[in-house]
Design a protein around this ligand. Structure first.
Ligand code: B4P
Length: 221
């Protein structure tokens, strides 16, 4: 129900496969509820070249995992999230937890008011991700068919160049979906019994999905 005066902002977890619209809907949540966006994907993209070789990892930088569609080691990701959550007054967490070990870490960091899971079928996910173009300057996402047919062009927001993300190739996307099935689907099942859990159909247009998502947050947070 609604929060009493003086209570803090909602703590929202957004779950779903790659391409389900987590990034897109997180922007709507930030605008409507005034919470902070905590996203491991963006945080890791800004630190793709960071040297993590002293952590005894398979590759030397986060980028080498990301471009192959593999998960970056838990220790790297857990530290990013812990730091971001301690300073946030209300948040939408997107991209984490991606496996049960990360879910257990998160339980030690914070409670959650609403857990929203976006579901979308596999072929739709592949179409969305391989068709995505991203502004090189401001990071805004477009799609070659769906909201910007001429998406080889320039960004409506800032005029920057639109490019394909290195992990949005068909090969990397298929691998990300396999990693999702093996590692992240069990996380969603783990949260099904939580009182804040709501499953949302993510196949509609961004506006249709947002209408359903917003109502679910208002019910739970
Ligand atoms: P992420 O950045 O989280 O990438 P993602 O899962 O594809 O989600 P994103 O938010 O970008 O896409 P969205 O669904 O909004 O992770 C990238 C990589 O970082 C991972 O593979 C991994 O290597 C690493 N990583 C991140 N977190 C990690 C963790 N916790 N542990 C270990 N490693 C981690 O949008 C997709 C496309 O669909 C866009 O083009 C959008 O415009 C379009 N779209 C959105 N909604 C739509 C709709 N309703 N209809 C049609 N198209 C839509």
């Amino acid at each position: 129900g609604p929060k009493a005066a003086g209570m803090s902002n909602p703590r929202i977890l957004l779950l779903g496969p790659p391409g389900a619209g987590k990034g897109t809907q997180s922007s709507n949540i930030v605008e409507a509820f005034g919470v902070e966006h905590v996203t491991t994907g963006d945080a890791l993209r800004s630190n793709k070249e960071m040297d993590i070789s002293d952590m005894d990892t398979k590759y030397d930088t986060p980028g080498e995992y990301m471009d192959r569609g593999e998960l970056v080691p838990d220790a790297v990701v857990n530290a990013i999230v812990e730091e971001a959550l301690t300073t946030a007054d209300g948040f939408v967490l997107d991209g984490y937890p991606r496996n049960l070990e990360q879910a257990e870490e998160l339980e030690g960091m914070t409670d959650l008011d609403a857990i929203l899971s976006l579901s979308v079928g596999e072929e739709e996910l592949v179409d969305r991700l391989t068709g995505r173009r991203v502004c090189d300057d401001c990071g805004t996402n477009y799609h070659v068919e769906f909201n910007q047919p001429e998406a080889d062009g320039v960004c409506d927001e800032c005029g920057g160049e639109l490019v394909q993300r290195e992990d949005d190739t068909e090969e990397s996307v298929r691998n990300r979906l396999e990693v999702f099935e093996d590692n992240t689907a069990p996380v969603i099942d783990h949260y099904r019994d939580h009182e804040g859990f709501v499953e949302i159909d993510g196949e509609g247009t961004p506006d249709e999905v947002w209408t359903e998502l917003k109502a679910a947050i208002e019910r739970k947070a």
